[in-house]
Design a protein around this ligand. Structure first.
Ligand SMILES: [Cu+2]
Length: 139
Protein backbone atom coordinates (compact mmCIF):
# COMPACT_ATOMS: atom_id res chain seq x y z
CA UNK A 1 0.00 0.00 0.00
CA UNK A 2 1.53 3.35 -0.95
CA UNK A 3 1.30 6.40 1.29
CA UNK A 4 -1.61 7.91 -0.57
CA UNK A 5 -3.69 4.75 -0.36
CA UNK A 6 -2.87 4.44 3.31
CA UNK A 7 -3.98 8.00 4.05
CA UNK A 8 -7.22 7.50 2.15
CA UNK A 9 -7.89 4.31 4.10
CA UNK A 10 -7.09 6.03 7.39
CA UNK A 11 -9.43 8.88 6.50
CA UNK A 12 -12.29 6.48 5.92
CA UNK A 13 -11.66 4.85 9.28
CA UNK A 14 -11.74 8.14 11.14
CA UNK A 15 -14.89 9.47 9.55
CA UNK A 16 -16.68 6.17 10.11
CA UNK A 17 -15.83 6.32 13.79
CA UNK A 18 -16.93 9.94 14.14
CA UNK A 19 -20.19 9.29 12.32
CA UNK A 20 -21.06 6.38 14.61
CA UNK A 21 -23.20 6.88 17.66
CA UNK A 22 -21.34 4.37 19.76
CA UNK A 23 -18.95 5.68 22.39
CA UNK A 24 -17.10 2.41 22.10
CA UNK A 25 -15.99 3.14 18.56
CA UNK A 26 -15.13 6.72 19.37
CA UNK A 27 -12.96 5.52 22.21
CA UNK A 28 -11.18 3.14 19.88
CA UNK A 29 -10.50 5.96 17.44
CA UNK A 30 -9.20 8.31 20.13
CA UNK A 31 -6.96 5.71 21.75
CA UNK A 32 -6.99 4.10 25.15
CA UNK A 33 -7.28 6.39 28.18
CA UNK A 34 -7.99 9.39 25.98
CA UNK A 35 -11.12 11.50 26.03
CA UNK A 36 -11.69 13.52 22.89
CA UNK A 37 -14.11 16.40 22.36
CA UNK A 38 -16.64 17.30 19.70
CA UNK A 39 -18.26 20.73 19.49
CA UNK A 40 -20.30 19.99 22.63
CA UNK A 41 -19.58 16.43 23.81
CA UNK A 42 -16.81 14.47 25.46
CA UNK A 43 -15.97 11.29 23.55
CA UNK A 44 -16.33 8.83 25.08
CA UNK A 45 -18.71 10.27 27.66
CA UNK A 46 -17.88 7.40 30.01
CA UNK A 47 -14.44 5.90 30.41
CA UNK A 48 -13.35 3.16 32.81
CA UNK A 49 -9.70 3.04 33.91
CA UNK A 50 -7.63 1.40 36.64
CA UNK A 51 -6.55 3.51 39.63
CA UNK A 52 -3.30 5.31 38.90
CA UNK A 53 -4.11 5.78 35.21
CA UNK A 54 -3.34 9.08 33.53
CA UNK A 55 -6.19 10.13 31.28
CA UNK A 56 -5.53 12.51 28.42
CA UNK A 57 -8.30 14.98 27.62
CA UNK A 58 -7.71 16.08 24.08
CA UNK A 59 -9.57 18.90 22.39
CA UNK A 60 -10.23 17.31 19.03
CA UNK A 61 -12.74 20.01 18.06
CA UNK A 62 -12.48 23.59 16.85
CA UNK A 63 -14.30 24.93 19.93
CA UNK A 64 -12.65 25.86 23.23
CA UNK A 65 -13.64 23.66 26.17
CA UNK A 66 -12.85 23.12 29.82
CA UNK A 67 -12.50 19.90 31.80
CA UNK A 68 -13.92 20.76 35.21
CA UNK A 69 -14.81 18.34 38.00
CA UNK A 70 -18.14 18.63 39.76
CA UNK A 71 -17.08 19.27 43.33
CA UNK A 72 -19.88 17.03 44.60
CA UNK A 73 -19.37 14.49 41.82
CA UNK A 74 -16.03 12.98 42.76
CA UNK A 75 -15.03 10.53 45.53
CA UNK A 76 -14.80 12.18 48.93
CA UNK A 77 -11.05 11.54 49.30
CA UNK A 78 -10.24 12.68 45.77
CA UNK A 79 -8.83 16.08 44.94
CA UNK A 80 -10.75 18.54 42.82
CA UNK A 81 -9.41 18.80 39.27
CA UNK A 82 -9.88 21.25 36.44
CA UNK A 83 -8.08 22.64 33.43
CA UNK A 84 -6.40 25.83 34.61
CA UNK A 85 -5.59 24.01 37.88
CA UNK A 86 -8.31 25.80 39.83
CA UNK A 87 -8.87 24.69 43.40
CA UNK A 88 -12.65 24.65 43.35
CA UNK A 89 -15.58 24.51 40.97
CA UNK A 90 -16.47 28.10 41.88
CA UNK A 91 -12.93 29.26 41.09
CA UNK A 92 -13.03 27.41 37.76
CA UNK A 93 -16.36 29.02 36.86
CA UNK A 94 -14.98 32.42 37.75
CA UNK A 95 -11.85 31.65 35.72
CA UNK A 96 -13.99 30.84 32.71
CA UNK A 97 -15.58 34.29 32.99
CA UNK A 98 -12.05 35.65 32.56
CA UNK A 99 -11.25 33.25 29.69
CA UNK A 100 -8.96 31.14 31.86
CA UNK A 101 -8.72 27.37 32.09
CA UNK A 102 -9.68 26.77 28.46
CA UNK A 103 -8.39 24.06 26.19
CA UNK A 104 -8.21 25.28 22.64
CA UNK A 105 -8.25 23.25 19.43
CA UNK A 106 -5.51 20.65 19.39
CA UNK A 107 -4.54 21.18 23.04
CA UNK A 108 -4.65 18.44 25.60
CA UNK A 109 -4.52 18.15 29.34
CA UNK A 110 -3.76 15.17 31.55
CA UNK A 111 -4.93 14.07 34.94
CA UNK A 112 -4.00 10.99 36.95
CA UNK A 113 -6.87 9.31 38.78
CA UNK A 114 -5.53 7.72 41.96
CA UNK A 115 -8.65 7.15 44.07
CA UNK A 116 -11.18 4.54 42.92
CA UNK A 117 -14.72 5.72 42.35
CA UNK A 118 -16.86 7.69 39.93
CA UNK A 119 -15.79 11.12 38.75
CA UNK A 120 -18.26 13.42 37.09
CA UNK A 121 -16.94 16.40 35.17
CA UNK A 122 -18.17 18.93 32.66
CA UNK A 123 -17.25 21.69 30.24
CA UNK A 124 -18.20 25.09 31.66
CA UNK A 125 -19.30 26.79 28.40
CA UNK A 126 -21.20 23.71 27.19
CA UNK A 127 -22.63 22.42 30.43
CA UNK A 128 -26.10 23.56 29.35
CA UNK A 129 -25.72 21.58 26.12
CA UNK A 130 -25.01 18.45 28.13
CA UNK A 131 -21.23 18.34 27.78
CA UNK A 132 -20.73 16.13 30.82
CA UNK A 133 -18.47 13.14 31.24
CA UNK A 134 -17.72 10.33 33.67
CA UNK A 135 -14.51 8.57 34.58
CA UNK A 136 -14.99 5.30 36.41
CA UNK A 137 -11.81 4.43 38.35
CA UNK A 138 -11.46 0.82 39.43
CA UNK A 139 -9.12 -0.61 42.11
CU1 LIG B 1 -17.19 22.62 25.79
Amino acid sequence: MDRRTFLAAAGVGVSTALAGCSDFFDAAAAGENTVGMTINRFRPEELTVDAGTTVEFSNTSSHAHTVTAYEGGIPEEAEFFATGDFESEAAAREGWNNQRGLLYEGESWEYTFEIPGTYQYFCIPHEDSGMIGFIEVEE
